[in-house]
Design a protein around this ligand. Sequence first.
Ligand code: N2P
Length: 365
Amino acid sequence: MKPRDIAIGLLACAALAACAKPGGGKVVDVYNWNDYIAPDANPNFEHATGIHVVYDNFDRNEVLETKLLAGSSGYDVVVPSSQFLGRQLKAGVFLPLDKAKIPNYSHLDPDFMRKLEALDPGNRYGIPYMWGTVGIGYNVDAIKRIFGNVDVANSLDILFKAENAAKLNDCGINILDTPSEIVPVVLNYLHEDPNSHDPATIAKAQALLAKIRPYVRSFHSSSYIDGLAGGDVCLALGWSGDVIQARNRANEANNGVHVAYAIPREGSAMWIDMLAIPQGAAHVDAAYAYINYLLDPKVMAANSDFIAYPNAIPAAKALMRPEIVDDPTIYPPADVAARLFTFSIVPPDVDRQYETLWTELKSGK
Ligand code: N2P
């Protein structure tokens, strides 16, 4: 046990007198994406179980992967995207799940679970938390002012045609800082296989991105939420729920900024983030208790309502706010979903090409 755990455990014991409760550990170390849970979810779990949640955030799969592959990450629950989990499980970094310890597992949509078997046969290691799309977040008034209409924001032409990107130079473009998602979205736009492993095909995505590079203000995967909400970013290639959260923040601040999200008409990526327990986790029982808690339909519904990401639990969807479940940019209807692709596992040589092209791109080469 780490000294920090002991200290926190003692505090939790003193405050809650709950050290002997079933659920096992006194602490659970969770590593989740930023802005990916309702504010009261962890406190409610702590109150119900006496298990203290030590909660760290990341905003890139690549960062989580580096920690997992290095071993002894110190985390009990992690949340890689499915295509990352698919290759990480081959490296033996996760504990096979004992589903008997997760009673709420029964709420998961069987169709959803069947599809995940392509990456995680037998669903042995991962459980879907939330899913979403890559799309266009934009400042409604800025886009109207610059292009005369907002329909232009429904197409990736707004960003991937250099003459359009140039017009957004002054108001601020942000692109997610993750080649593993952006390269496939560009390839799909170019009518190529988004999951192509062919170096020459991937180079086509690099060429397009290099043309718009001069007009991109930032590559970041979390700060753009406040950027959009505060009016410092007018166009972001970002994740669905993040952009909706930016919209909500601007509305709450009543700051006159209006944000909207579009799934591009050319089609885009759908991704799924997975709960998993790393091998060597120090608090395995607490990890199961935490995962089981997140899968409770009421808890899942409250989290999805707050972060504006869909989940894989039908009973949760039934409890959610209509403005979330009926929003076609959050839960894409069948005709839009038909244009979405999913990511496949990237082999190491392709990964290296992604990393190199990304470094070159960001440094402006
Ligand atoms: C949360 C972003 C999670 C989506 N801010 C990335 N898979």
